[in-house]
Design a protein around this ligand. Structure first.
Ligand code: ZN
Length: 471
């Protein structure tokens, strides 16, 4: 099978984007003028407006079955084009909601009055994520206008609650499994590795956390009367906390590393190729030495290894002077970043067992669980990942970086789990673009190049069979 877009088709596409550039930017500005802030109830109507604007834009692009669909919260927008018989189907996910804009006085221009300065488009949502969603709409439109057809089937699911944690999306996906059935999910809501440096992120860490509450005597005790004879709850807590990891950073919870997927040699090579500067990092964060598990580079520690961190401790007296007291209560919050194939529920069970085993005498300990998120990975050598790398390379003319993220995007894991599909994070933002902060902007060279990458990627996917794409 012939792979990728034909040269003639690619240049037609390029000409189209060049010719329409101003018109496209004007359209994007219209989208950006709608203050679709999902977290603020006074913008409820704007959310509806944002969804409707997007739906109209999708219809205009030639997509079908366009619908602004209700959820218990803000609506989702769905559209599809399913005429590439026998070809794979891609599900494109993004969001049309944006973050609040305060503090407003730090914006150089109005957040919802888009302005281009220095080839950057300034507006709330320009990078995260309206700009990136819009690129898919225009790539589809361009192909339908020039080639007259799409090389793959596409479905778009654009939600309005990403910035508030997607509280209703999982349910929507569950209830619409058939409608959303696809072979691959493409999400453009992340970033490049750096300017001119494309990246495909193929894995993210998961999360679980607990609060540990230690209780000793029924009230604080005078250390002159009881000190040395009754357990001190802070000492008890410290002893539990200290048992979690050794001096070299290895976590000592039994079975903690059992399901950790080993790092492939190819992955190791790919990270090395990034030439990450650990000296620079030390300066940036202000430390003399980096710290982490022995035998791993910094990127490996933050991308592919799990963690256990104490996030806060509380208890006892911390006011001015001294207070000779045996505190009755003490507590701590800890969280773990998890990697494939660790299961958050299992890890919490192991944490509970560890705490129980290491609990000093004379106190009771309560463990409270917090929200959990599963880690996610699409194998590094998955054809959909490698194809994305080729599309970036073709347009940016440099090798694509293959990265993993140390953070968590819970909805990605939900897609992975409910629909069981490979997920490709194909982002075009830059970490310096102030998303979630004043003066959010989008580098327009990545808008221009991104359109071409996306157009090319549709053809790359068309060259793969449904069988190839199976996870
Ligand atoms: Zn986003």
């Amino acid at each position: 099978m012939k792979r990728g877009i034909l040269v003639s088709q690619f240049s037609t596409l390029e000409n189209y984007f060049t010719e329409k550039r101003e018109a496209h930017l004007e359209e994007l500005k219209q989208f950006l003028r709608i203050p679709s802030i999902s977290s603020l109830s006074e913008h409820k109507e704007d959310m509806q407006k944002g969804a409707q604007w997007l739906a109209d834009s999708l219809s205009k692009a030639g997509l079908e079955n366009v619908i602004v669909d209700k959820t218990s919260g803000h609506p989702v927008v769905y559209a599809d084009w399913l005429h590439a018989e026998g070809k794979p189907t891609m599900l494109i996910y993004g969001h049309y909601d944006v973050q609040p804009v305060d503090p407003l006085n730090l914006w150089e221009t109005e957040p919802f009055e888009p302005q281009v300065r220095d080839n950057k488009l300034y507006a709330r949502g320009s990078s995260d994520d309206k700009g990136q969603v819009f690129m898919h709409v225009k790539a589809i439109e361009a192909l339908l206008q020039t080639v007259g057809t799409l090389p793959v089937n596409v479905k778009l699911l654009i939600e309005g609650e990403e910035e508030v944690g997607s509280p209703n999306l999982e349910e929507y996906i569950e209830n619409n499994k058939e409608k959303l059935a696809a072979d691959v999910i493409v999400i453009s809501d992340t970033g490049l590795q750096g300017p001119g440096q494309p990246a495909v992120c193929y894995g993210l860490r998961g999360l679980c956390g607990v609060q540990i509450d230690v209780k000793g005597a029924k009230s604080d005790l005078h250390s002159g009367l009881y000190g040395g004879g009754v357990q001190n709850s802070i000492h008890a807590l410290v002893s539990i906390l200290d048992s979690f990891r050794d001096a070299e950073g290895t976590i000592e919870v039994e079975g903690f590393y059992d399901n950790v997927r080993p790092l492939l040699e190819e992955e190791q090579e790919a990270y090395k190729a990034l030439g990450f500067d650990e000296e620079e990092l030390k300066k940036e964060v202000g430390v003399n030495e980096l710290f982490g598990e022995k035998g791993y580079s910094h990127l490996e520690r933050v991308w592919v290894r799990p963690t256990l961190e104490i996030n806060g401790v509380f208890g006892g007296f911390s006011g001015e002077g001294i207070k000779t007291v045996l505190p009755s209560e003490a507590g701590a919050k800890i969280t773990c970043r998890l990697v494939p194939d660790q299961d958050p529920d299992e890890i919490v069970t192991k944490l509970r067992a560890h705490i129980e085993k290491n609990k000093p005498v004379g106190v009771t300990v309560t463990v409270t669980e917090f929200d959990k998120g599963k880690p996610f990975i699409t194998p590094f050598d998955h054809p959909a990942i490698q194809a994305a790398g080729r599309s970036y390379e073709k347009v940016y003319n440099v090798p694509t970086a293959y990265t993993r993220g140390g953070g968590s995007i819970p909805i990605v894991a939900a897609f992975d789990e409910i629909l069981g599909l490979p997920v490709v994070l194909m982002g075009f933002g830059l970490s310096t673009e102030n998303f979630h902060a004043p003066n959010e902007h989008f580098h327009l060279e990545n808008f221009d190049q991104g359109l071409r990458v996306i157009g090319d990627y549709y053809y790359e996917l068309a060259g793969l069979s449904k069988e190839d794409l199976k996870k």
